[in-house]
Ligand binder design. Sequence first.
Ligand code: ARG
Length: 467
Amino acid sequence: MLWGSRFKTKLNDSAMEFSSSLRVDINLIEEDLLVNKAHTEMLEQIGIISQDEMKIIIDGLNTIHKEFEEGTWKPEPEKYEDIHSAIEGRLFELIGDTAGKLHTGRSRNDQVATDLRLWVKKTIKDIISGLNNFQVTLLNLAEDNVETIMPGYTHLQRAQPISLAFHLMAYIEMLERDKMRFNFAFKQANVSPLGAGSIAGSTLPIDPEFTSWKLGFEKHFSNAMDAISDRDFVIDFINSCVIGQMHLSRLSEELILWSTSEWKFIKINDEYSTGSSLMPQKKNPDIAELVRGRSGKILGNYVNIVSVLKALPLSYNRDLQEDKEPVFSSFNIYSSNLKILNKIIESIEINKERFTEELKGDYLLSTDIVDWLVLQGINFRESHRIVGELVKYLENSGKNFSKLTVDEMKKINPIFNEDILKYLELEKSLGRKQSKGSPNPEMLKNQIKKWKSKLVEIVKNETNFYK
Ligand code: ARG
């Protein structure tokens, strides 16, 4: 126990069990050991401990690390309040009284905040590399489908012809914004609280600058009270997961729709599909459904952490111990979703010809005809009205644009002539798009090339668990 002399009795076993965070914060062991070492070195630098003592403590911490990795030391939640107590307790067993110097000028309040910031920073690096990797997977698929025509939807009604590449490139943009959000959260986490003590620093000449530098933080805190009670970086991190996850869920939903018999646009590989225990013919997109279905958990984590912080008086309160579960859970769910969705996309099969016949003469070309009329000098609103009449005529006669003759069009409005026929060719529709950010295949090819030249090198040099 790190405290106890002022108490008449020890903590009740049930209170210990109730309050111990060890089962959760054991996840921070690497970070806690790093923080312990940096703090020890700092104590030596400012002359509070000798070089020999520093060496004894650091050797002890290294032994704990080794024992933990080898599984020879397993801290028990019934015995320790948290990872900090467990490490200090073990250090006493290993090196004796010198261990008593480790916590000089420090509190678990600044310690735990430092640990968690380090963990969040490490994790964000991994996530960003996972996002880079996923973007490359989407770009590869896009590259192969620049001319794969599909209907673009608004209100889930066919709107204008687009290509699959164009659709996928929308996700490239979303994922890029996700990276920006994670980078922002990284910056927020990149401030060292170590040296803030329990609430108001120390009368000892503790050097936060040294530990901040040693641990690789960009800077250290300015106000000790804020340093120990600030969890904004946690909220920023989970918020990045919430929005990133929402994007993954939208994509999953589209994959699920596109793989239905109604759409017949893609096939999800058998490796990422499941069958029915009753209906032998079934092939279900369960994995994509689970990616979609786990969104609520991350959003729940966001609500959880904001509720912990709301109305919490300054500064440290034990409520803050509850910050770790939502952080770890959000990371676990989001990163496993990212990983599996990447695999689904890598192995997806596209029915490239699915829409080429079906969309010939489709009403989707209406806006192109409006544009043609505008180029003939007719005002836009009038052009819109004329094409609306054409569509009404087609609907009444059970036809579509491909069956429409120029004579019939002339009856609706004499301005029509043979020139309009080329506007009714679906294959040429994408190529006619002139405005920036449209599905023009040439523009898309350029965009894909630019994105790839930016990302492929980065991904090649990264090694992480997403690969
Ligand atoms: N387990 C605690 C947490 O995660 C560590 C800090 C405890 N501080 C204290 N003064 N009781 O927040």
